[in-house]
Design a binder for this molecule. Structure first.
Ligand code: MN3
Length: 255
């Protein structure tokens, strides 16, 4: 067992009150004494600047994501974000051993090159881990229960998430975010922005800040070779390769 896992179990055992407060939040009754811990996630999810090995082969997600797309997406697009992030960080005096989670809250202090490539690198490192064929939601998991409490059902969440992914104009991402108010919220961001960034949205394009539980890349480079203009079909198929054990672990770590 990893030390972070041991620590998590030890923390969970002591977390009777925390669990009570979280269940109140999940049922929609937010207690005024609920602690609002900063939602940047635990250390075990910290992201460095180097690209990590893809956790499966290029054809592992066939037929939902084709081999050629996976290869180009990982080796060209995602690799470029990591390379350009390191260039920008060096130019802007950022320690190469920093984690992106520490940089995102103050992202406005840096250039657009840093923002785009830090987001691009983080989002893709995260995205690869979110994908795994043949997993299913554990209906007794905290995440599943929170989804049902918040949205009514998993199908209702899917509908909301798919709408966000389909209606994001141009390039961007759709997200399920856990906010510091302990709510699960669906949102989307443009380009390579993500909910960990210290950004503010507009009335027409509100920005939801929080810890991403999962997200979907809706840039054309993520699907165009196979799906052409059929983004809706790609979005629908995402649910067939969503890595439920991993997203349940993420939720358990921040809730
Ligand atoms: Mn991409």
């Amino acid at each position: 067992m990893s030390s972070s896992r041991r620590k998590f179990i030890a923390t969970s055992a002591k977390a009777g009150l925390g669990t009570l407060l979280a269940s109140q939040a999940i049922s929609g009754v937010l207690s005024s004494c609920t602690t609002t811990k900063k939602v940047t996630g635990p250390a075990s999810f910290k992201t460095g600047f180097d690209q990590q090995p893809l956790p499966y082969t290029y054809n592992a997600l066939e037929p939902w994501i084709d081999t050629e797309t996976m290869d180009i997406h990982y080796n060209k697009h995602a690799a470029a974000y990591s390379k350009n992030l390191k260039e920008a960080a060096k130019a802007e005096g950022i320690d190469a051993n920093s984690s992106l989670e520490d940089i995102f809250p103050k992202i406005n202090q840096y250039s657009m090159k840093l923002r785009n490539n830090a987001g691009g690198h983080y989002n893709h490192e995260f995205f690869w881990k979110l994908l795994k064929p043949n997993t299913a939601p554990g209906e007794s998991s905290n995440l599943y229960k929170a989804i049902v409490a918040q949205f009514g059902s998993l199908d209702k969440l899917k509908e909301k998430f798919n709408d966000a992914a389909k209606s994001r104009f141009g390039s961007g991402w759709a997200w399920l975010v856990y906010t510091k108010d302990k709510q699960l919220v669906v949102c989307s961001t443009a380009n390579q922005d993500n909910p960990l960034m210290g950004l503010s949205g507009t009335d027409k394009d509100p920005f939801i800040s929080g810890f991403p539980i999962f997200g979907l890349d809706v840039w054309e480079h993520a699907y165009y070779l196979k799906y052409r203009n059929r983004r809706a079909e790609y979005v629908e198929n995402f649910w067939k390769i969503l890595n439920w054990p991993y997203i349940q672990e993420r939720f358990d770590a921040v809730r």
